[in-house]
Design a protein around this ligand. Structure first.
Ligand code: ADP
Ligand code: MG
Length: 265
């Protein structure tokens, strides 16, 4: 990569996506009592593409994720969904559109099995009124089919998720989002707490999600992982967006210098 491309990242022209992005941030900013958490952030997420989000602590990654997931609202710029400006007022509204977040601290019900977790609060039932019964057989079948489709290696039923490994829990959390019709998945350091082998499983899952047309925003500190999984890389530094780069223009050391700043030594 040349120095020129370091200074003049080309987000739009080389995003590789066809047509309208699913989700777009346009010059988004967020400030807290004089602190700029993020400013000038523009990026586009396309079906079947993985966008990496990198930057040191305090760079603004979590703020950006919170804006995309509807937890916080930007005070500069705007968010567009399928080409139309949209206000994401809360996570529920974002989820309604198909934007889901899998946080580091997974919100799973430990004492329930995988099927119960992915159907939590949206149980399938049959019958009516007092005769309404949840159809556990059908839920188990659908859960198993979903795990099979994405090659998620977890027992669908009979095992509490508390007994599962970190990677399996990640799989359950992701399956839960997929079942809800997720089109955009925000993954906040999905492998931070995992060992090498487990991380490998989760990375493979990210690629399968991509192959099934999910748009992914992946926060990661692992340069190797970013190079392995991402099509594009959005770099933040101290609350500013440095740029969006195409993966194929980057080496590992490019990524490191973009994160720390070209002038740092
Ligand atoms: N609610 C908040 N109130 C005040 N400052 C905040 C708040 N959220 C984030 N910040 C500040 O904004 C900057 C970016 O934070 P954050 O988005 O958490 O960065 P990252 O996730 O990349 O570490 C930091 O300086 C942080 O202290
Ligand atoms: Mg953070």
């Amino acid at each position: 990569m040349t120095d020129a491309s370091l200074r003049t990242p080309d987000a739009a022209a080389d995003s590789g996506g066809d047509g309208t992005p699913l989700l777009e941030l346009v010059d988004v900013g967020k400030h807290f009592a004089g602190i700029t958490a993020i400013t000038g952030a523009s990026l586009a997420l396309y079906p079947g593409r993985v966008m990496g989000l990198v930057g040191n602590n305090g760079a603004g990654k979590s703020t950006l994720v919170r804006i995309v997931s509807g937890v916080q609202q930007p005070d500069e710029g705007h968010v567009a969904w399928q080409g139309e400006p949209v206000r994401l007022r809360n996570p529920r509204q974002a989820r309604g559109l198909g934007i889901d977040t899998v946080y580091q601290e997974l919100a799973l019900a430990d004492d329930l099995d995988a099927t119960a977790n992915i159907f939590l609060n949206r149980e399938i039932s049959r019958g009516w009124g007092p005769f309404r019964v949840t159809s556990s057989k059908r839920m188990r079948r659908e859960a198993a089919a979903l795990f099979e489709k994405f090659a998620i290696q977890v027992p669908a039923s009979g095992t509490e998720v508390r007994q599962m490994s970190g990677g399996q829990r990640q799989g359950v959390a992701i399956a839960r989002a997929l079942l809800g019709g997720s089109k955009v998945l925000l993954l906040d350091e999905p492998t931070a707490a995992l060992g090498v082998e487990e991380s490998g499983h989760v990375e493979d899952l990210v690629l399968r999600l991509r192959d099934h047309g999910v748009a992914i925003l992946l926060v990661s500190h692992s340069v190797d992982q970013l190079l392995k999984l991402c099509d594009d890389l959005c770099v933040l530094r101290r609350g500013r967006m440095v740029g969006v780069y195409s993966r194929r223009d980057l080496t590992g050391s490019d990524v490191v210098s973009l994160i720390v700043g070209a002038d740092a030594s």
